[in-house]
Design a protein around this ligand. Sequence first.
Ligand code: TPP
Ligand code: MG
Length: 397
Amino acid sequence: MTVESTAARKTTRRSSGTKRTASASTSTTKKTSTRAEAVATEPELVQLLTPEGERVQHPDYDIELSAEELRGLYRDMVLSRRFDAEATALQRQGELGLWASLLGQEAAQIGSGRALRDDDYVFPTYREHAVAWCRGVDPTNLLGMFRGVNNGGWDPSTNNFHLYTIVLGSQTLHATGYAMGITKDGADSAVIAYFGDGASSQGDVNESFVFSAVYNAPVVFFCQNNQWAISEPIEKQTRVPLYQRAAGFGFPGVRVDGNDVLACLAVTRSALERARRGEGPTLIEAYTYRMAAHTTSDDPTRYRRDAEREEWEAKDPIQRLKTYMENEGHADAAFFEELEAESETLGKHVREVVRAMPVPEHMAIFDNVYADGHALVDEERAQFAAYQASFEGGEAE
Ligand SMILES: Cc1ncc(C[n+]2csc(CCOP(=O)(O)OP(=O)(O)O)c2C)c(N)n1
Ligand SMILES: [Mg+2]
């Protein structure tokens, strides 16, 4: 797959065989403001499921899934959205310090997350809650981090899911180094690094592109272009579609409809297989939208129009799969009812666990900074212990 050939793709309707371009089916991506003009071209997306829930084919990226697999993807997206909504509510109730919502990005995360093998390794940012779900990370662990009670989260080696990374783009270098290590080990697993459209401007991301290309590292760069980096629109990050940047580094780039779980699954699978074959990195730009605020500390009404959000609501990733499954008879009313009940149970569980989370022992924050300890950390630990001891009763409340 080359950048050029990706841009020239045509898709066809599965049922009628009528030719049409994917860009025609995604014409709602056009912006009503002058923002769109700043990015050079509107390239074609890889798409397998239109916003209307119609299955279309793509010459390079088709996928055959059973009804059970489709229901599984749908369930993943619904439960991820429910979990995310609970987390936002918990933050509003003062139970979490902060929350970064994934609303609208469920297909990008579930599609790519379900393409992974257990032995693959994931380097996320701070928004990959649905990828964590796919990896089997206990969702309440994510909330413990945003509540500030578990000092970072989880053991990355348990699920091959690295800790959340707040320093934009730095995880792409970690991912590249890890991938280079896989090659040295002679293994055939692969790495996926998540980052955002804003992070794509970071030096770290560009350096990781150079290294992974030159060393042919088995890494997939999965950029969720959700159109915004807090208040900065995509037009402030780039003059060319992001996926086209890969060509300058010497590896393929592809833009996928990030609200289409089938396309995200197919494109990520293909990139991972390419990495396993020793053919090096791929940049996937999942074209999607951040439906919520950047975090619960942000107020997007200060910098973007409601109409833009409404345009993207029509492209909802969950609704389009539901429409498709209903039309094709892949799921009945009982399935949707059971899922709703499961969703309620998850919400209740999350609320109860978060509210009961114990306050951590104060000194625990020093425990896992270095594997074998460090003189400076020892000094800081002693200082902090003395500070705690200075309070009446020996410890600060
Ligand atoms: C190196 C660095 N610079 C700035 C920030 C502050 N910051 C946090 S999130 C963010 C925007 C990131 O946008 P994007 O990469 O598009 O990801 P999104 O939040 O949209 O998922 C910024 C500037 C940071 N965390 N790290
Ligand atoms: Mg963004």
